[in-house]
Design a protein around this ligand. Structure first.
Ligand code: HEM
Length: 161
């Protein structure tokens, strides 16, 4: 049996997406609501940082794998012109979601957001966790729409056009 690198890339792509977006769903729907119920703000901040920190390390690897395999598939299909066709909106969506998360995980979180979170969570934990949950919901919904569009689109159901 020949080793089919395209299929291998697709398998790694999907497994990485499952681990990554599954983790975003866990943080959004379980971790943040759970942390909000803890009694003291010290406990809230420490618990959130401990669990989110572990997820963030994993997400650095899974976003990298998603990007590498995604661009490899575009290269292998020689499908760069899909960026010029609105029917492939799900390719734009995948790239957009990936760029946003990559900037957040590799640049904003370590250099800016981590410091801001500590400052605002100490001053006003309720408001800070509310804003964070809202941001996570937006990213999660965007990711789920992207996944639905990508599965439909890559199996020939373009939805538009
Ligand atoms: C740099 C970013 C990305 C690129 C270049 C990329 C590229 C691709 C390509 C070329 C395919 C195969 C399309 C086809 O078979 O016609 C694909 C499939 C897919 N991608 Fe991405 N992708 C990226 C990021 C993402 C992200 C962030 C997600 C999830 C939020 C995602 C989810 C998926 C899914 C679910 C499939 C469908 C797999 C299947 O049903 O076989 N991708 N991607």
């Amino acid at each position: 049996m020949d080793l089919d690198y395209f299929t291998l890339a697709r398998v790694i792509h999907v497994v990485a997406v499952v681990l990554w977006i599954g983790g975003v769903s866990m943080v959004t729907t379980i971790l943040i609501p759970g942390v909000k119920k803890l009694k003291s703000k010290e406990e809230q901040i420490a618990t959130f940082e401990m669990i989110e920190g572990k997820f963030s390390n994993q997400a650095k690897i899974t976003t990298l794998l998603t990007g590498l395999t995604g661009f490899y598939m575009l290269y292998d299909l020689d499908a760069w012109d899909r960026y010029l066709d609105y029917r492939f909106w799900w390719i734009h969506a995948m790239t957009f979601v990936w760029v946003i998360f990559t900037i957040v995980i590799y640049v904003l979180e370590p250099f800016i957001l981590h410091r801001l979170f500590k400052k605002y969570a100490t001053e006003n934990p309720e408001k800070t966790f509310r804003i964070m949950q809202r941001m996570h919901w937006i990213l999660l919904l965007l990711s789920l729409i992207t996944i639905a569009g990508a599965v439909a689109g890559s199996h020939g159901w373009l939805l538009i056009g």
